[in-house]
Design a protein around this ligand. Sequence first.
Ligand SMILES: Nc1nc2c(ncn2[C@@H]2O[C@H](COP(=O)(O)OP(=O)(O)OP(=O)(O)O)[C@@H](O)[C@H]2O)c(=O)[nH]1
Ligand SMILES: [Mg+2]
Length: 314
Amino acid sequence: MFGLFKKFKAGFAKTVSVIAQKTHGLFGGRKIDAASLDELEEALYTADFGVATTTEILDEIKAAYRQDPELKGKQAAEIGAAVLTRVLAGSEGRLAVGTSGPNIRPAANPIVIAMIGVNGSGKTTTTAKLAWLLKQDKQSVIVAACDTFRAAAVEQLKSWATRLDLEIIASHTGADAAAVAFDAWQATKSRGRDYLIVDTAGRLHTKSNLMEELAKIRRVLAKHDPEAPQHRWLVVDGSLGSNSIEQARVFHQQFGLTGLVVTKLDGTSRGGAIVGIWRELKLPIYFVGLGEQPEDLQPFSIENYAHAVFGLES
Ligand SMILES: Nc1nc2c(ncn2[C@@H]2O[C@H](COP(=O)(O)OP(=O)(O)OP(=O)(O)O)[C@@H](O)[C@H]2O)c(=O)[nH]1
Ligand SMILES: [Mg+2]
C-alpha cells in the first residue's frame, strides 16, 4: 500500500546528509580510494549503522574495490544498499486485511492495535496518523484514548480526531484505561468497524505498576476476543538510535511485542539504527515516522529505505 520513495528520501535527508558530509560526497560519482573507505566507515558509524552492519558493508565494498580499482562511489552505494536489503529481509511488517496471520478475523472481530512506549515516543500522533492512513485505504477505524494518565492526553487525541475526522472513544483523565479499552472494543464490534487502535500512556519500561496497567488492558480486551490486541507495537523514538534497543527488549519480555513503529526519523542523522534494531530484536517494523503530517507515516519499505540512505534513486 501507499509506499512512496520520495517520502523516504525526504525523511532520511539528515542521515543522508551526514554520510555525504563525512565522505565528501563519495556517492556522487568520485572514485573509491583508501581514504574514502575510512571516511565511509566513520560515516556509517555516525549514522548509527552499528558494528556488524558497518563491517559487512565495508567488507563487501573493499572486496569489490580489490576486483576493480576503478570502483566508483555510486557502485559502492549500490553494494551498501544490497547489504541492507539482505540484512533487513523479513523486517517489513504489513497490515493486509483478511489474508493470513493476525489479520484473519474469526467471527469478524475487529483487529486491535495497541500502541505502547516510553513518554513522548510518538504513540498518540502515530495512532491518529495510522487511523487516517487506514481510512485512505478504505478501512474503518476507531481510536481509543486509553492514556488517561497524562493531563491533556485525551484532549490531544480528540483534537486529532476532529482534525482528521476520526471516530474516537474517550473518557476523562483519571478514568480506568482498561475500562476505556473494553468499551472501545464493544463500540468497534457493534458498529462493525475493521480496526481499533488503542493509544496508551507513556511509561518507562522500568516502572512495574505502569507495566501492570498494560497487562490489564490486554486481559480486559481478551475477555472480548482472546486474540486481542492482535498487534502490540512498541513506538520507538528514532532519534534515540540504537539506544532504544534495551528498552524495547524489556517491553518485549514483559508484554510480548508483535512489531515496531519507528518515529521522528526525519529529525535525526541516526537513521542507520533501524538496521541494528532489526538485527537485535527481529521484530517487524510496521511503520516509520518521517515527519509531522499524517501522510508522513509510511509503511516500512526495505527497498525505499536501503536506496534512500545510500542516496540512490528507487
Ligand atoms: N518530526 C516528527 N515528529 C514526530 C513524529 N512522530 C511524532 N512526532 C512528534 O513527537 C511529539 C510527541 O508525540 P506524541 O504522539 O504526543 O508522543 P506520545 O508517545 O503520545 O507521548 P506521551 O503520550 O506523552 O507518552 C509530538 O510533537 C509529535 O508531533 C515524526 O515521525 N516526525
Ligand atoms: Mg500520547
